[in-house]
Design a protein around this ligand. Structure first.
Ligand SMILES: C[S@@+](CC[C@H](N)C(=O)[O-])C[C@H]1O[C@@H](n2cnc3c(N)ncnc32)[C@H](O)[C@@H]1O
Length: 236
């Protein structure tokens, strides 16, 4: 079964690649994902599930001095990736539904996925994706995920009544559709897919902001409820 999403639209793919809010994710998102991946210690080919326009894949290839197998369901996104983030260490592949049949079982040393689980329309789809990542990872390999804890989001106009409901997110001038999942669900799904020690980290500003900025106030800001999370687990 194919995967269709807003990202199949070339206008959305182009808008996402130039979306200014992505710079924020480089402050309070991707660095935490890459740290979780690094702490996994795995080496060898790294899998990027839902690589989008390839910006993160190129950074991972350089930082880890490793080949990156970057997979996406959207031909429009892959076109942007091949054009704007071509790199000899990164190979881009079109996903076959949620399967990675072109990859052998236990052939990857690590995997990561950023803002992709939140696009899956059902629990079954989430499980299928996690199972497939589990299949292609070697035992002991790390799977790290950057995603949203929508229950902490201040951006939702309306909190959905139930998990799995579709929500709309503004990307520049266009809208994309995501789904309201909670980190507890991701944890369950990863555990069921054969990952041990699944851990959720809620990201905070600490360590990312210059303390001198807080000299304007008689105390530093209190804990911030950030809706970004990093999950990681180790393939059994
Ligand atoms: C929000 S974008 C994130 C792209 C990239 N990971 C980043 O952080 O910039 C989500 C991407 O996941 C892709 N995607 C969604 N479901 C997928 C699936 N089941 N398999 C592969 N790619 C998927 C979409 O086509 C889209 O390019």
């Amino acid at each position: 079964m194919g995967v269709t999403s807003s990202f199949d639209d070339p206008d959305v793919a182009a808008a996402y690649a130039t979306w200014r809010a992505r710079e924020l994710a480089w402050l309070l998102g991707y660095p935490f994902l890459l740290r979780a991946l690094e702490e996994g210690g795995g080496r060898g080919p790294v899998l990027d599930v839902g690589c989008g326009h390839g910006e993160v894949a190129v950074q991972v290839a350089r930082r880890f001095a490793s080949p990156v197998v970057a997979v996406d369901a959207s031909p429009a996104m892959l076109e942007v990736a091949r054009r704007e983030h071509a790199d000899p260490s990164v190979t881009y592949h079109q996903a076959e539904g949620r399967r990675l049949d072109f990859l052998d079982t236990a052939s990857m040393g690590a995997a990561y996925s950023a803002f992709v689980l939140l696009m899956q329309p059902s629990r079954a789809a989430l499980q299928e994706l996690a199972d497939e990542v589990g299949r292609v990872l070697r035992p002991g390999a790390r799977f790290a995920v950057l995603d949203m804890d929508h229950s902490r989001s201040t951006l939702l106009a309306r909190r959905p009544a139930a998990e799995g409901e579709q929500i709309t997110v503004q990307v520049g001038d266009t809208e994309i559709h995501d789904y309201y999942w909670l980190p507890e669900t991701y944890t369950e799904i990863m555990a069921k897919a054969g990952f041990a020690d699944v851990h959720v980290e809620w990201l905070t500003w600490e360590g990312t902001a210059d303390p001198a900025l807080f000299s304007w106030r008689d105390r530093a800001p209190g804990p911030v409820t950030c809706s970004l999370v990093v999950l990681s687990g180790t393939r059994r």
